[in-house]
Design a protein around this ligand. Structure first.
Ligand SMILES: [Fe+2]
Length: 227
């Protein structure tokens, strides 16, 4: 007769958040063409966001939020990558069947940032969306001495989880890790995250423009759920 060990703890993983990364999306040529297009448009003030969100500094150009509604084939392709990646993440995280996924439609607002030296985006989240994403067209220059140059930083939503640390909680593993999570972006990276997560684009220092696309997603369909 087998007997359960009464001292074997049952550990539940609670309050984890998914951070999704795809790498190497779009070709070098496509990203270079996007880069040139965005830098050109960033020099035209008429194309800027009419109301800047207040979280970005003046070294950051923010476009209007219509990037995925435009007809240029390259922007349509960018949209396919960004929203295709989002659909796959939605499928895997919700464990939706093929039939359920067939009902999911996405709405999205997308814009680009051209960030020049000393620019940053202060901590914020994206209300009124379930998923948000950042696609890296060009990370700009690396800084060999400052590894956090321009990182995309997510803050731990478990407020105070590292307020007191001793040997008892010094190195919690896996989903139990505490503190912020940084991504050093590379060209072609797509990072997806729940829109409630506070995040920032850390101050960027470099000669070359840092160019990213950001978007928010809401779904339509599959709305018949119960609490
Ligand atoms: Fe953001």
């Amino acid at each position: 007769m087998s007997q359960q060990d009464p001292f074997k703890p049952e550990i539940r993983a609670a309050f984890a958040s998914p951070l999704v990364r795809y790498r190497g999306l779009m070709s070098d040529q496509e990203r270079e063409t996007l880069r040139e297009m965005f830098i050109r448009e960033a020099s035209d003030p008429a194309r800027g966001n009419a109301v800047l969100p207040g979280t970005v500094t003046r070294e950051v150009f923010e476009s209007e939020w219509d990037l995925f509604e435009r007809d240029e084939p390259l922007l349509q392709r960018l949209r396919e990558y960004c929203l295709g990646g989002t659909l796959r993440a939605i499928r895997d995280i919700n464990r939706y069947s093929q039939e359920q996924m067939a009902q999911v439609r996405l709405r999205a607002q997308a814009w680009f940032h051209v960030t020049r030296g000393a620019g940053f985006a202060a901590p914020h989240n994206h209300p009124m969306a379930s998923w948000s994403g950042v696609f890296c067209v060009d990370p700009g220059d690396r800084d060999s001495e400052f590894q956090h140059n321009g990182v995309l930083r997510f803050f731990d939503p478990r407020t105070g989880s590292n307020m007191y640390m001793d040997a008892g909680n010094a190195q919690p593993q896996g989903v139990f890790a505490v503190g912020s999570q940084n991504f050093v972006l590379e060209s072609g990276d797509l990072i997806l995250f729940p829109s409630y997560l506070l995040h920032e684009a850390a101050p960027y220092f470099g000669e070359r423009e840092r160019i990213t696309v950001a978007f928010n997603v809401q779904t339509q369909g599959l709305v018949d759920f119960h609490l």
